[in-house]
Design a protein around this ligand. Structure first.
Ligand code: MRU
Length: 349
């Protein structure tokens, strides 16, 4: 399943706000439509946001390719800034935009039409690489256990959140193919229900055994020894291994440690942010209060009630048993290992 399709003149996205009831594809022919799709979470999940934004740059560049070289570069900066302002927490967005900026920067002064061609190649390459990175993560992750496991996951770190296959769900897919999944428990993930609407849908569609629970049930399952391991994705990982992920991840990690259940984070190297020393420096997105007061358009709270709606939380590295990347599995202490992996990756691109 691949939720992002590039069709040269347009970016086609599987509308994730409509799943699981409808499989609607939306077509973006301008970068502004991509900006809106990211804000509205029609495309969501850290790697998927980065890929969509990269194609947003391509669409914007095409629109302004008639400009003289210098004005074109200025316009490109505006486009990139607008795409960067869509969602603040997942670092893959800024990582992908930086890659696109580098491609355009290297060709500064050249014919904009030529730059558009190179930007398009770069965005396609990001997509292809993400898919293969996820498969590598899946392969490393499934080697962490050798029995039919009962796995708890939170939010959606699946094919829908990436170019395809997924990070946390990539591990589950690879483990299932190796006969090592007894049961997946999916947290529903309030307020936007990515677990119920997206993760459960992906797994049901593929015939991977999944049981849906509400977020508040996770502690009980862990205490009752119904879960062998927890695997989640990440939106940003700080230099010390602190992890930003969907709200509720921190509670899950603390409960897992209290109940001696390993807590794994699956993420590509593009999710690590070495400019940030600890999780305290990661910006946490706050979203519309109506996401909390309404479920699927139906009001569940008194009119005018105060709401706090942080979309992510930080899990301190001390709760993370291991981080599964495309370059292997990292164990604590993380700081030096993260730094050396990232610098290795820098050498190879
Ligand atoms: O707000 P969302 O749905 O974009 O949040 C997604 C998550 O928190 C995922 O776990 C994370 O992006 C990893 S996706 C491979």
């Amino acid at each position: 399943m691949q939720p992002i399709k590039w069709e040269r003149e347009r970016l086609v996205l599987l509308d994730q706000t409509r799943l699981p009831h409808r499989q609607d594809w939306i077509s973006c022919t301008t970068y502004r439509e991509v900006v809106e799709a990211i804000k509205a979470m029609q495309v969501r999940g850290a790697p998927a946001i980065g890929i969509a934004a990269a194609f947003g740059v391509v669409l914007g560049a095409k629109e302004y390719a008639h400009l003289p070289a210098q004005s074109f570069q200025k316009r490109l900066q505006v486009i990139i800034a607008e795409l960067a302002a869509t969602r603040p927490t997942a670092v893959n967005l800024f990582w992908a935009l930086e890659k696109m900026e580098q491609v355009a920067g290297k060709l500064a002064g050249q014919d904009p039409h030529l730059i558009v061609i190179e930007l398009e190649k770069a965005a396609v390459q990001l997509t292809v690489e993400d898919l293969s990175v996820n498969r590598q993560i899946g392969n490393y992750g499934q080697q962490l256990f050798d029995f039919p496991a009962r796995i708890l996951t939170h939010c959606n770190a699946g094919a829908l959140a990436t170019a395809g296959y997924g990070t946390a769900l990539g591990v589950i897919r690879a483990a299932h193919a190796a006969g090592k999944v007894q049961q997946v428990y999916a947290d529903e993930t309030r307020p936007l229900l990515q677990g119920a609407r997206l993760t459960a849908w992906e797994l049901v569609t593929e015939g991977i055994p999944v049981t849906l629970i509400t977020d508040s049930m996770a502690g009980y399952l862990l205490q009752q020894k119904m879960v062998d391991l927890v695997i989640v994705g990440a939106d940003r990982i700080a230099s010390n291994g602190d992890v930003a992920n969907k709200i509720g991840t921190y509670s899950l990690a603390v409960l897992a440690q209290t109940n001696n259940v390993p807590f794994y984070v699956a993420a590509p190297l593009s999710t690590f942010d070495l400019s940030i020393s600890t999780g305290r420096d990661i910006p946490i997105e706050e979203r519309d209060p109506r996401e909390v007061t309404c479920i699927m358009g139906l009001s569940i709270a008194p009119e005018g009630v105060d709401v706090f709606n942080p979309a992510f939380d930080i899990t301190p590295a001390q709760y993370v048993t291991a981080i599964i990347t495309e370059a292997g599995v990292l164990r604590p202490p993380y700081r030096e290992k993260i730094a050396s992996l990232k610098s290795e990756k820098g050498k190879t691109g």
